[in-house]
Ligand binder design. Structure first.
Ligand code: CO8
Length: 260
């Protein structure tokens, strides 16, 4: 199987660039998530790696989020394995000791938004056609508490409440306005801006920054860590319901129709 994640680590700067390269839309399948977590773990263990920039090698799309086909027509066992891999991705990224910057060079719905929110800083291409948000309810599914907590930590309670209920996808300018992303730049400057921003973050002594990050994020991480199995059970019970499978089928059909 070809690699879905390309990692480019520059030892002279201590910064790695991770490019998602899983056409057509960087959807997060079990294979994708497994490779992502292994790549992240490797960088995390390498003491010379202090910063990570995550971006997409595909035009127009950062990531379409979780691979819907991993949740549609699958056995409870497969769904459970898949969900554990989703948890793992978030736990590793949200809890990373590295400085993590999302260079969002395209649309980033649902799981793509979660991945971005798990980083320390978000830079998005200013193209108003690109959107980002937790749109789960539009698929008839529900973002779990740790997606919600990550969003609340970023944009606050009220904005999250409206966004989650309506499954809002924000255009890049709207995303900046509500604080879902930190900065908009022209498309061809996203990676350079991420690199410049990284240098500023890396000027802070690692230990002080890491302890501060952990102080902010540990309660949210602990909440999932102590409820991991129940969260998997919750997901499996929910996603395998006939009514939910029907919603997913309708959403997939809508995606196809929209295309033609
Ligand atoms: N999973 C699987 N396949 C996908 C996904 C996806 N998330 N997104 C797109 N595809 C497929 C399309 O169906 C299409 O397939 P095909 O070529 O066979 O027809 C192909 O990828 C290309 O897609 P498009 O033609 O739509 O490409 P565009 O460039 O026009 O648009 C978009 C790209 C904007 C990314 C668009 O595809 C889109 O909006 N996709 C759906 C995104 C989405 O809603 N994702 C939500 C996934 S759910 C999630 O991440 C969190 C779930 C939390 C679980 C809650 C617990 C209950």
């Amino acid at each position: 199987t070809s690699s879905k994640i390309n990692v480019d680590f520059d030892r002279s700067t201590g910064v790695a660039v991770m490019r998602m390269q899983s056409p057509p839309v960087n959807s997060m399948s079990l294979d994708f998530l497994t490779e992502f977590s292994i790549s992240l773990e490797k960088l995390e263990m390498d003491k010379s790696c202090r910063g990570l920039i995550i971006t997409s090698s595909l035009p127009k799309i950062f990531s379409a989020g979780l691979d819907i086909m991993e949740m549609y027509g699958k056995s409870p066992e497969s769904c459970g394995v898949f969900w554990k891999a989703v948890q793992e991705m978030w736990l590793k990224l949200y809890g990373s000791n590295m400085v993590t910057i999302a260079a969002i060079n395209g649309s980033s719905p649902a799981g793509g938004c979660l991945m971005s929110l798990a980083c320390d800083y978000r830079i998005m291409a200013e193209n108003p056609r690109y959107s980002i948000g937790l749109n789960e309810t539009q698929l008839g599914i529900v973002a779990p508490f740790w997606f919600k907590d990550t969003m609340v930590s970023t944009v606050g309670h009220r904005t999250t409440e409206v966004a989650l209920e309506l499954g809002l996808l924000y255009s890049a300018p709207e995303a900046l306005r509500v604080g879902l992303v930190d900065q908009l730049v022209p498309e061809d400057q996203v990676l350079q801006t991420a690199t410049d921003t990284m240098a500023k973050w890396l000027a802070i002594p690692d230990h002080a920054r890491q302890i501060s990050k952990s102080m902010m994020r540990k309660p949210t991480i602990d909440k999932l860590m102590s409820n991991r199995e129940a969260d998997i059970q919750n997901f499996v019970t929910f996603i395998t319901k006939d009514s939910i499978q029907k919603s997913l089928r309708m959403y997939l059909e809508m995606l196809k129709k929209r295309k033609s």
